[in-house]
Design a protein around this ligand. Sequence first.
Ligand SMILES: [Zn+2]
Length: 114
Amino acid sequence: MHELGIVFSMIDEVEEAAKQNHAKKVLSITLEVGEVSTIIPSYFEDCFEWAKKKTDYLQECKLNIVVVEAVSYCRTCKKTYPTTKTGRSCPYCGGDDTYLVSGQQCEIRSIEVV
Ligand SMILES: [Zn+2]
């Protein structure tokens, strides 16, 4: 359940932003989570619902999770493609000199405050 640690650091970041903007409360947070990140959205939501009750600004906050497609890049044929869950091989040339371009992130995309 490393989700809880991530939830707390996200809440810290959001509360800090709310304070700096002299907001009264945070209405919603939109979080981008990569398809192959280690976060399980349903766990994350459960942790958030529990943790937000301990905050000053997030009592009524709604969490939106946007799952971002994972994309890989092949150095051999210089193509990008949706990351396959079965392995690291490129679907175009079969090579394995590939790396993940996106899909592991866990980032706040936006917050809505009043
Ligand atoms: Zn390739």
